[in-house]
Design a protein around this ligand. Structure first.
Ligand code: SAM
Length: 228
């Protein structure tokens, strides 16, 4: 992920426990000027979660809020050009009843999709994470429609840390969206409008290496890839 030259990343982190914040810092994409480049707002409804977040990142503008009550103008006020989204995964998890958009725990995500469309300045980038199972949900299809209608291109991936040499088997769905005219380094992997989860770690590593200098030493575990 590279911002336009000279334009710093200003991230709003929704459903924020802090994992994305750490990942962002470790990705090497954040510069050292937190006022202009960094996580400028984080939002979560849970008291314990927000306390943990504040403990780890005391200078972040942390909001204990229900996303269902947020407005488009509030989102605009963050002046964020990146949104990190990690909505509740219970409606999609393979071990659950997979009620998808019939599960009230998707309400806040649908609200977010709604107010995203009302924003004056939607973010240039959206990064979303969820469990395997999300890629074949109605919620995912609606999110794709919303992104497309707002002029985003997006790519989807199913990835596990074990594919990157990390001893943790945790297959997850990731969606990256960039607002036109921004483009992807590997456009051929765009899957707009239809599920196209990509599981080839070599492709991901190539894309990451072309975007993030600090990930140059990652290696791929082909055996694990083949077993997915
Ligand atoms: C799976 S966790 C996200 C973890 C995130 N990937 C990370 O590492 O930081 C989902 C979070 O969504 C929050 N959440 C659920 N419904 C919400 C709502 N309506 N408004 C705000 N936060 C909500 C929960 O409190 C929980 O902390």
């Amino acid at each position: 992920m590279n911002s336009s030259p000279g334009v710093p990343y200003r991230v709003a982190e929704f459903y924020a426990v802090g994992g994305f914040h750490y990942a962002f810092l470790q990705s090497g994409t954040s510069s050292s000027t937190p006022e202009e480049d960094g996580v400028v707002a984080s939002i979560d409804v849970n008291t314990n979660t927000t306390a943990i977040y504040l403990h780890n990142f005391p200078s972040t503008n942390q909001m204990r809020r229900n996303i269902c009550g947020m407005t488009a103008s509030e989102l605009d006020s963050f002046r964020a050009n990146v949104f990190f989204l990690s909505p509740p995964c219970q409606p999609f998890t393979r071990q659950g009843s997979q009620r998808d958009n019939q599960d009230r725990r998707t309400d806040s995500f649908f609200h977010l999709m709604h107010i995203l469309q009302e924003m004056q300045c939607p973010p240039d980038y959206v990064l979303m994470e969820n469990v395997k199972g999300f890629e074949c949900s109605n919620t995912r299809d609606e999110f794709g429609r919303v992104l497309q209608s707002l002029g985003y291109k997006f790519q989807e991936f199913l990835l596990s840390p074990s594919q990157f040499g990390i001893p943790n088997s945790r297959l997850r769905y990731y969606l990256l969206a960039k607002r036109k005219p921004l483009t992807f380094a590997h456009e051929e992997h765009s899957g707009v409008g239809q599920p196209s989860p990509i599981t080839d770690p070599e492709i991901i590593i190539k894309a990451l290496q072309s975007n993030m200098q600090s990930l140059g030493s990652l290696s791929c575990n082909k055996d694990i890839e083949d077993s997915i």
